[in-house]
Design a binder for this molecule. Structure first.
Ligand code: FDA
Length: 393
């Protein structure tokens, strides 16, 4: 039986960060992972360039049943702390829209940096290791039975991430361990994920596949202005991914396709200049013609501008500024970037990330009920929570 001070399950973003921080404090640390490579999700993140943080990280960018939980960690570990780390390792980066920070070259630089930090601090990494059972007793701490033998530790850090992209090593082990120790788990579901649409909408929208339009999408007072992309399954693009974090099955979403141009005044002007012009021709100056055809009832689109009555104008306004659709569902974990729900933050200390009921048991990263917006917020949460836990585990 090998003994460690700290064992971390999961060599992803939060686990590696935690391992380096704990080992720097002189703790004897083992990180184990069932995958054959560390940081697989980091490698695919940001289209291979890793959107590693955001210049503006605040609690409002996270969704959790405990909206205050993230505040302490994101105050103690800021985007600038991560940037400092990159600069020490001479990893070049750049800023894109909305304060998103990306690597100039490859996400691999970030994984290599974390592995080097772990190595320099003296943490041990063991891949291809399956966890068979975890037993805890107050006197001897945690005993892990694994495919590579038995291990004992004082502190156990669960950094197993969410359920998205099972082919990258995702598993529900973290939720199961929480439940084993009687810690509540909010039901997980796919987040930052495209919507699929009902068969009747699919017929109408599928021909638009590939078209992207900047729009305002909203649900119950939450709104995002970014691109909406039509896909052959439904709707995607950054605006839709953001909204998916807030969506519940059966809920309708509303899209304003022309947020910068009030349709009533556009029509008013156009009617005087081109009274015989068909409505669809006029709208095609502002939106792709195929989209106009799909959004408007055919008879309305064919109507000359001069013949548009008050009811017609209301109907056009509804179709363009207040277009409603009830998604059929989402594409699920196969394409989701994150998992909503997870380990109840009320059961975890926001300072140390230790369970309030089981001494020595820690949860960090996406396994917790914390879901960030698109834009580097999820990785920032992984770094911040991992680093904070590493100061105490
Ligand atoms: P993470 O998933 O990184 O690590 C968990 C580790 O636990 C994995 O290595 C896994 O193999 C291991 N594990 C799981 N079960 C186990 C078990 N039973 N036994 C042993 N090991 C086990 N975020 C962002 O901020 N910017 C971005 O650009 C992107 N881009 C992006 C693209 C794609 C395609 C995806 C899927 C996700 C993103 N994300 C993102 C989200 C981001 O990658 C994610 O939130 C963090 O990696 C979460 O870090 P964790 O450490 O919590 O889990």
């Amino acid at each position: 039986m090998q003994k460690y001070d700290v064992i971390i399950i999961g060599a992803g973003a939060s686990g590696l960060m935690c391992a380096a921080a704990a080992a720097r404090r002189g703790r004897k640390v083992l990180v184990c992972d069932q995958a054959d490579q560390a940081g697989k999700k980091i490698l695919v993140s940001g289209g291979g360039r890793c959107n590693f943080t955001n210049l503006d990280v605040r609690a409002v960018h996270y969704i959790s049943h405990n909206p205050h939980f993230v505040k302490s960690a994101i105050k103690r570990f800021t985007p600038w702390d991560f940037i400092d780390l990159l600069e020490r390792h001479q990893i070049p980066w750049h800023e894109r829209a909305h304060g998103q920070l990306f690597c100039n070259e490859s996400a691999k630089a970030i994984v290599d940096m974390l592995l080097q930090e772990c190595r320099q601090a003296g943490a041990t990494l063991q891949l291809k290791t399956t966890i068979e059972s975890v037993v805890h007793d107050t006197a001897s701490g945690f005993t892990l039975r694994t495919s590579r033998g038995e291990y004992r530790c004082e502190a156990l850090v669960v950094a197993t991430g969410g359920l998205s992209i099972p082919t990258l090593g995702a598993s529900p082990l973290g939720y199961r361990l929480a439940q084993q120790f009687e810690i509540a788990v909010y039901p997980p579901s796919a987040g930052l994920v495209p919507f699929t649409v009902q068969p009747v909408d699919k017929q109408n929208l599928a021909p638009l596949s590939g078209i992207a339009i900047e729009a305002v999408v909203s649900i119950d007072g939450v709104a995002f202005q970014e691109n909406v992309l039509f896909t052959h399954r439904g709707l995607s693009g950054p605006a839709i991914l953001q909204l998916s974090n807030y969506w519940q099955p059966g809920q309708k979403i509303t899209i304003d396709w022309l947020p910068h141009h009030p349709i009533a005044s556009l029509l008013e002007n156009a009617r005087h200049v081109h009274p015989k012009q068909q409505l669809k021709t006029m709208l095609a100056q502002h939106l792709p013609a195929r989209v106009v055809t799909a959004l408007l009832p055919a008879t309305l689109g064919d109507t000359p501008l001069a013949q548009l009555g008050k009811a017609h104008i209301e109907s056009v306004t509804q179709c363009i500024h207040c277009w409603n659709i009830i998604p059929n569902g989402t594409e699920g974990y196969r394409t989701a970037e994150v998992t909503r729900g997870g380990v109840d933050c009320d059961a975890i200390s926001s300072k140390t990330f230790e369970s309030k009921t089981v001494a020595g048991l820690y949860f960090v990263g996406e396994v917790l009920d914390v879901t960030g917006w698109l834009g580097g917020y999820n990785l920032h949460w992984a770094w911040a929570s991992g680093w904070c836990a590493g100061q105490y585990a």
